[in-house]
Write a protein that binds this ligand. Structure first.
Ligand SMILES: Cc1cc2nc3c(=O)[nH]c(=O)nc-3n(C[C@H](O)[C@H](O)[C@H](O)COP(=O)(O)OP(=O)(O)OC[C@H]3O[C@@H](n4cnc5c(N)ncnc54)[C@H](O)[C@@H]3O)c2cc1C
Length: 354
């Protein structure tokens, strides 16, 4: 029987739980991660960070605040774990018509976008189909989420801070502490933070929150052809991940939320890929995951309205990689200094209408 006592228990070892764990580690706070052995969306993600939303050519949610924190965070963890998983890359978006070109040019003149947009280019890229033009984004890139998560888990296992479980835990109140109980495991803890990703929709504690989970599928392809080392975007992405391999994605599906890759998803991705790629390739992997999207596209942070000292850190949606270090800092601030997160991303926004 493992019997532990700790300050904070983190439920879930995906992107949210792992990043919160690092924040606590860096502040020398005692914690345990308790992770159910189930598929993680983080391991299915492409991990792209892109400061721009192309639909209306706006900035990505809170990107001015989140991106500098994210860069510093991932680079710090690379040093601690001695792994490389943070990659900055040029990012090109297809521009198909004069309207798109005018819109891009207007934003180039807007000082708010000076850090994020480069002028339009009419470059022709080797082994890609020709488009009227390309808009280049600055400060894009990707986090290799598999390496980040695996290196972090190994680190926390060595520190005795990572518990893998096979079934759901029970949470019991004992005086002013919580006890997390599972087979062969009992952790007495002051605070619990639930970082369950899309699984939270099945947890009666948190399913009052307006999640809008979406299924997403990606392909990994391999090609011997030379393609420029950049991320290419249309209404999907082509991401170079090394060893002549590229990720292609992703689909968005709002129903039939299972973790199985589908034939339909594969066909859609092949169609999309062939709108941009102009060379032979082979498919080497096809995966699916469930994004913890939310109705208003903002994260869920805060304390449970009834079960005090239980907190949530969820709703990272489709842009978790860029958002998570900044918001993990906000979660820490509430856990350690009782600072209520801003109402914009606090779950208080669903609890009263003040
Ligand atoms: C196809 C696809 C592509 C994506 N591409 C990108 C991208 O390019 N850029 C980007 O930023 N984001 C992307 N995302 C989104 C990103 O994956 C998510 O924002 C992020 O991974 C969510 O992390 P999480 O920790 O909330 O959830 P998860 O990674 O799913 O982790 C949740 C963990 O909690 C555990 N758990 C759940 N319930 C319990 C419990 N009761 N007890 C113990 N453990 C529990 C689960 O087993 C799991 O390990 C993509 C997602 C998909 C599906």
């Amino acid at each position: 029987m493992i019997n532990k006592s700790t300050q904070v228990s983190i439920i879930g070892g995906g992107l949210a739980g792992t990043t919160l764990a690092w924040e606590l580690h860096l502040k020398a706070i005692d914690f345990q991660i308790i992770d159910l052995n189930k598929p993680k969306t983080t391991l299915k993600a492409a991990g792209i960070f892109n400061p721009v939303v192309f639909k209306r050519l706006t900035k990505s949610y809170m990107i001015d605040e989140c991106l500098p924190v994210a860069k510093e965070f991932y680079q710090k963890i690379e040093k601690i774990t001695n792994e490389v998983f943070f990659f900055e890359k040029p990012l090109f978006k297809t521009i198909n018509n004069i309207g798109g070109q005018n819109q891009w040019e207007a934003k180039i003149g807007d000082s708010n976008f000076a850090d994020y947009l480069k002028p339009i280019s009419s470059e022709k890229f080797e082994n890609l189909k020709n488009y009227q033009a390309w808009g280049e984004v600055k400060q894009g890139g990707f986090v290799d989420t598999k390496t980040y998560l695996t290196a972090s888990q190994i680190f926390f296992e060595k520190e005795g801070r990572f518990q893998q479980i096979e079934k759901l835990s029970n949470y019991l109140m004992d005086k002013d502490s919580w006890i997390v109980k599972n087979d062969g495991l009992e952790i007495k803890t002051q605070k619990i933070v639930f970082c369950e990703g899309a699984y939270a929709t099945e947890n009666p504690l948190w399913n009052f929150l307006p999640f809008r989970a979406t299924k997403g599928e990606t392909l990994t392809i391999k090609t011997e052809a030379q393609i420029p080392d950049a991320i290419f975007k249309k209404d999907f992405f082509l991401l170079p991940i090394g060893n002549k391999q590229y990720k292609v994605g992703a689909t968005y599906q709002w129903d039939n939320l299972d973790w199985e890759p589908s034939d339909e998803g594969k066909l859609t991705l092949i169609e999309k890929l062939e709108e941009i790629l102009n060379c032979p390739y082979q498919i080497i992997e096809h995966t699916a995951g469930i994004r913890p999207n939310t109705n208003d596209r903002k994260p869920f942070l805060g304390e449970h309205p009834i079960n005090k000292q239980m907190f949530v850190f969820n709703g990272l949606g489709s842009k978790g990689v860029a958002l998570v270090p900044y918001f993990a800092g906000k979660v820490c601030n509430q856990l350690l200094n009782n600072v209520e997160p801003n109402k914009e991303f606090s779950i208080l926004r669903f609890l009263n209408n003040e």
